[in-house]
Design a protein around this ligand. Structure first.
Ligand code: G3P
Ligand code: CA
Length: 233
């Protein structure tokens, strides 16, 4: 039976403040093969954060993209953690697992490509350690134009009429559908087009069994031990 890849969602968001270095480290300790993080561009730096606004996960206020980087770096992102920069996550992970960078904010494609150039030229490693995903398919198209060697994953919330056709047209590596809408037709169509299928977000045994029955290639989870079995006897 093929191995089901485990993507630690926002690190290990079920165990630690999401999208922080501790969350990332927890995911690795719990056996994640990949970690997933979200990025925005602020004052020329890629910052790791999920929401458009600051209130839910920090002690700050307002829209993240309207703040200065200096202000964002003063905030508590949970349990005393700072909002990390993408380059800090890259250095922290240090090639131990793959990194799925989800482009949330505007103009993040080019900045991410440049950041990975710098990181890979300084530290070695290869482009296949990275997977760039987004619900913004225009940003994904730009990623492939800028760095054809970089793998992309097309995030999908609902069930497209033409299934995985647009992901193939974008030259993507994978589709990342919501597990709510995923069905056998979409999995078969994606596989026939040579695409991997990585649904989000799988946080319980019942949903995991459904995803396995659909023969997906990996899943996103807030609880990496659910897939890896680490620490579960
Ligand atoms: O990449 C999978 C998942 O993270 C997409 O949804 O809202 O958690 O970023 P969201
Ligand atoms: Ca995400």
């Amino acid at each position: 039976m093929k191995k089901l890849l485990c993507f630690g969602h926002r690190g290990a968001a079920g165990h630690a403040p999401e999208n922080t270095l501790t969350s990332v480290e927890t995911a690795i300790a719990l056996g994640a093969d990949w970690i997933e993080i979200d990025v925005y561009l602020v004052d020329g730096e890629l910052v790791v954060f999920h929401d458009a606004r600051l209130e839910r996960t920090t002690n700050g206020q307002g829209y993240l993209e309207k703040q200065s980087l200096d202000y964002l770096r003063t905030l508590d992102a949970g349990e005393g953690e700072r909002i990390p920069l993408l380059r800090e996550v890259l250095e922290h992970v240090d090639h131990r697992v793959g990194i799925n960078i989800e482009l949330k904010g505007a103009h993040t494609a080019a900045a991410t490509a440049r950041q990975l150039d710098l990181y890979l030229s300084a530290s070695g490693g290869n482009w296949e350690q990275f997977l760039i995903s987004s619900f913004n398919h225009h940003e994904l198209r730009l990623v492939k134009q800028l760095r054809p060697q970089l793998r992309t994953g097309v995030l999908i919330y609902c069930l497209p009429l033409d299934y995985a056709r647009m992901a193939e047209a974008l030259g993507a590596y994978s589709i990342h559908p919501s597990c709510e809408f995923l069905n056998r037709s979409l999995v078969i169509d994606a596989h026939q087009r040579g695409l991997k299928v990585f649904p989000y977000t799988v946080n319980d045994e019942e949903t995991l069994a459904q995803m396995k029955a659909l023969e997906v290639d990996g899943v996103f989870t807030d609880y990496p031990e659910l897939i890896s079995g680490v620490g579960r006897g």
